[in-house]
Design a protein around this ligand. Structure first.
Ligand SMILES: C[S@@+](CC[C@H](N)C(=O)[O-])C[C@H]1O[C@@H](n2cnc3c(N)ncnc32)[C@H](O)[C@@H]1O
Length: 355
């Protein structure tokens, strides 16, 4: 933990500032514990840890599932864990900048790098963070996650001068409200017991005039929705390793479909299934409308299976409509500047109006 993080931290219950009881400060990184007269939290391996048993009670399964995913050796990091391999990076760059309304990756990076402070809620292992944050970033970055991914994120971004990582629950973030120019929350809020409550909790940390940039899963066609719930219900209570093996069958099904290399021409919209007329690769057609049998030909089976596991194993994976998201933004005083609904969800950039 870096000394300046103290200015941003607040005790989750009393909202008081912390003082630090430090064991050591090696190379400007503190360890020890954070204290107020009534609350104490440890700093372990340079990361303040705020997860009490009470904090975890509704999301123990979520934490276990994502901890399993992020700590698998094939989970989006190279051996040194400090960079993203080229094929993962190319995969992310293909769609991400556009979804956020940027021309390309350099425009996206310029935008984030011009912010004095960024809070990322649900940073996971920080691999998507690499899209917008490089070691050149000079502002304050705080990454928060519930899972063991936080330790990997910290290692991966060790080269970013003012980056700090915190293990906490987004429903009681131990941070100063209205303190960040950008709050980034990609693919996280729908993994909690209530996406709406998560939205209300996280959006409080955006400064007036600042930006809330987030991705929330969208509702799909009726058959995909049905299959998604069916499969999740069947495996969410299985230990992560067993669920991984079960989902591998689905991944191999996706591989077999993909290897057919067949295109289907759907002559007119099929309203009942939510399918638009057009030409589709058979694997993409089944993936988008019937079951998420993911497969990517230049990835290994394990790498592809991460996508199925991320979708089907966590206990909460809610999907929403654009109207719901627009309603939450307006209730919390945000003006939507861009909204994109390609792929799996709505990617939104919303500005907090001055009070
Ligand atoms: C699908 S991953 C997204 C990770 C990253 N944002 C990305 O785009 O790759 C969802 C992340 O949200 C985290 N998460 C879920 N519920 C949370 C909560 N209540 N508080 C903090 N993090 C949470 C999980 O641990 C997981 O790392």
């Amino acid at each position: 933990m870096k000394p300046e993080l103290l200015d941003y931290l607040r005790a989750p219950i009393t909202r008081e500032p912390f003082s630090l009881e430090s064991d050591s400060s090696e190379g400007g990184v503190w360890t020890g514990q954070l204290v107020t007269p009534s609350e104490t939290y440890p700093i372990v391996r340079g990361i303040p840890r705020f997860l009490t048993a009470d904090e975890l009670k509704d999301q123990e399964q979520t934490q276990e599932s994502f901890s399993y995913k992020w700590t698998r050796a094939d989970s989006f990091y190279t051996e040194s864990r400090d960079e993203i391999d080229d094929k993962t990076f190319d995969f992310m760059v293909e769609t991400e900048p556009e979804r956020y309304g940027f021309e390309d990756i350099s425009e996206m990076r310029q935008h984030y790098e011009s912010a004095d402070s960024i809070l990322e809620v649900g940073c996971g292992s920080g691999h998507y963070t690499s899209l917008y944050m490089t070691p050149d970033y000079r502002g304050k970055y705080v990454g928060v996650d519930l899972s063991a991914g936080i330790d990997i994120a910290k290692e991966r971004h060790a080269g970013v001068k003012r980056a700090d990582f915190v293990q906490a629950n987004l429903f009681s973030l131990p941070l100063k409200e209205q303190a960040f120019d950008i709050v980034h929350c990609r693919g996280v809020m729908h993994h909690t017991p209530s996406t709406e409550a998560a939205f209300k909790s996280v959006s409080k940390f955006v400064k007036p005039g600042g930006e809330f940039i987030f991705l929330i899963y969208r509702k799909n066609g009726p058959v995909r929705e049905f299959t998604d719930d069916l499969i999740r219900e069947a495996i969410k209570d299985q230990p992560a390793g067993e669920a991984w093996e079960k989902l591998m069958q689905l991944t191999k099904f996706g591989k077999a479909l993909s290897e057919l290399n067949v295109e289907v021409d759907i002559p007119e919209d099929v309203d009942l299934l939510g399918i638009k007329a057009g030409k589709y690769d058979i694997q993409r057609l089944i993936y988008n409308h019937f079951v998420k049998a993911f497969w990517k030909s230049d990835w290994s089976d394990d790498e592809s299976n991460i996508i199925s596991f991320d979708w089907y194993h966590p206990q909460y994976v809610f999907r929403h409509t654009q109207e719901e998201i627009e309603g939450w933004c307006s209730e919390e005083g945000f003006e939507i500047e861009s909204i994109d609904d390609r792929w799996v969800g709505f990617t939104v950039r919303a500005r907090k109006l001055a009070a």
